[in-house]
Structure formats: C-alpha cells, structure tokens
Design a protein around this ligand. Sequence first.
Ligand SMILES: Cc1cc2nc3c(=O)[nH]c(=O)nc-3n(C[C@H](O)[C@H](O)[C@H](O)COP(=O)(O)O)c2cc1C
Length: 286
Amino acid sequence: MKLLMPGAAGLRLPPSSNSPKTRPTLKIRQREVNSQHILNSAVTPFTPLMSSDRRHSRDLKEFLMNGSSKSLLRIDSSIRDENSVSRQVANTFEAAWRAENPAGPVHQRELGLTPLPYLTELEHTAMFVPVEYRTPEHVTAQARAAVLADELFEADVVLLTAPLYNLGIPACLKTYLDHVFTDIRLFPGYGITQPLAGRTVVMVSARGGAYGPGMPLEGFDHAEPYLRRQFVDLLGCELEEILIDLTMAAVNPKLAHLTDVADTSLAKAHVRAEQLARGLGDAIAS
Ligand SMILES: Cc1cc2nc3c(=O)[nH]c(=O)nc-3n(C[C@H](O)[C@H](O)[C@H](O)COP(=O)(O)O)c2cc1C
C-alpha cells in the first residue's frame, strides 16, 4: 500500500515558522496544499470543502435571509449528565446565546455520554492513502473526520465544556481531537496555519480542586494550557475561559472549609457565561 506522508513528492509543505511576516503566505500555501490534496483524495458525500471563501458566502446568504444569525457549536465532554457543573454553566451560556440569536443554529456534539471510539492506526493514516487504494474503512474514517471538521468550520462560536480529569482533559475530548486532526484541513502536521481563525471558543472548565494563583496546585491544571495551544496557537481561534474551582468542596471533607469559595466561583462562572453570551452575540453580529 502506498502512503503519502507529509513531505512526499507532489505536496508543497509550508515551513513551520509562524512569524507575522510569513503568516499570510503560509495560509495561501496551506490552502493550495489542502485543495490539491482533497481534490485528488477521498470523494465521499461527507467531504465538502469549507474554505473561508465559501464560509463568507454562507454568511452573506444567512445575513440576507435571517438578519445577523450566528451559529453555535456546543461540545460537551463531562462523563456526568445533569450533575455536571461544566454543563450547568454551559446551559446558562446557551440559554443567553439563544435569547440573543433566536435565528442562529445551535448544534451539539456530545462526547462524554456517547464517546467516539479510540483512534486507530488505520484512521490516523487514512488521509495519506491515495483514494484508489482506500478501503471502505479508510473512507469511513475520513468521512467521520470530515463531519467533525465541518461542524467546526460551520460554527461562529464553539462552546466547549472541558472538566479537569487527572490533571488533563477528559479522554473522550482527546479522542475527539485525535479524530478531528485527521481531516486534512485541520491536520497540524503542515505547520501552524490557524485554519479556524475568526472563530471564538468559549471554554468552560470545572475543577474539583483550586488551581488559581497562589494555590498549592497552581500550575497542575494541564487541561487549560493544552486546549489553549490547540485552539488558539494551532487552530487560530479566540479563546474565552470560564474556570470553576472547588466543585468537590461539597463532597470532599478536606475541602469543606472552602465551600464559600466554591460557591463564589460557581456564581461568578454563571454570571460570566451569561455576559459572554450576550457580549459575544453583540460582538460578532456587528
Ligand atoms: C475521572 C476524574 C478525574 C478527576 N481528576 C481531577 C483532578 O485531577 N483534579 C481535580 O481538581 N478534580 C478532578 N476531578 C473532579 C472534577 O474535575 C470535578 O468533579 C468537575 O466538577 C467535573 O466536571 P463536571 O462537574 O462538569 O462533571 C476528577 C473527576 C473525575 C470524574
């Protein structure tokens, strides 16, 4: 089987530099690489090209038909349902967002309750297999990645709930990112190209302990910097964070004396969620 890996003949790869001077050129080159590869690669009903040009024409059409409706993609990754604090705060954001954008579509990608399967080698390498060599499994894998990537390209705002699990992100969220990055448009192996620039991610992270400045566990939360690297530095999104501390105070006797601090953190999170939803609605409608 023939695999086309990054750097293979026929693919012009951009350098990894991301200085402001070189960034525009990189974007153009990346688009050439992506278009060329996708056109010569898997042709499935799920692999439409969602270039920024097409996105703009979609926005114009929506604007003419619906006024300033904007789309929201909500991604949930807590393994808990109604007891999830991150979901509850996200509910506050979503309700306020819907009130601000009654005509805007809201899509949901549920990861915590219905997780994607763990990424396999076949799925990881499928995008590099020339279309004539692809098995049905390769085609299915690429179709899945395209659906997930399309959801991100279609969104103006992504509402992401990401609880802290064992000092990192939930496994289901990592698996989701593993799949997403097998779509050639989002594949990070071609350098820092920021394919989702122009979109905002609102991240709601609930943490059992306290990780703020001066706390004994300051710096132990590896979920927040990881997601910042992915969504801001690599994908190019704006990031708004809602961090909730001490959600375990009510059930962990060692944290019982911090219940007031926990309550304040949660109350502030709901207020910020509502303000962000209204502010973001205003900001991107203008
Ligand atoms: C598998 C698992 C691992 C966790 N690991 C941590 C951790 O490392 N640090 C922490 O402060 N809280 C940890 N917690 C507690 C959660 O961060 C906390 O319960 C949070 O509120 C979960 O988000 P949710 O309320 O949206 O479900 C963990 C919880 C689970 C289920």
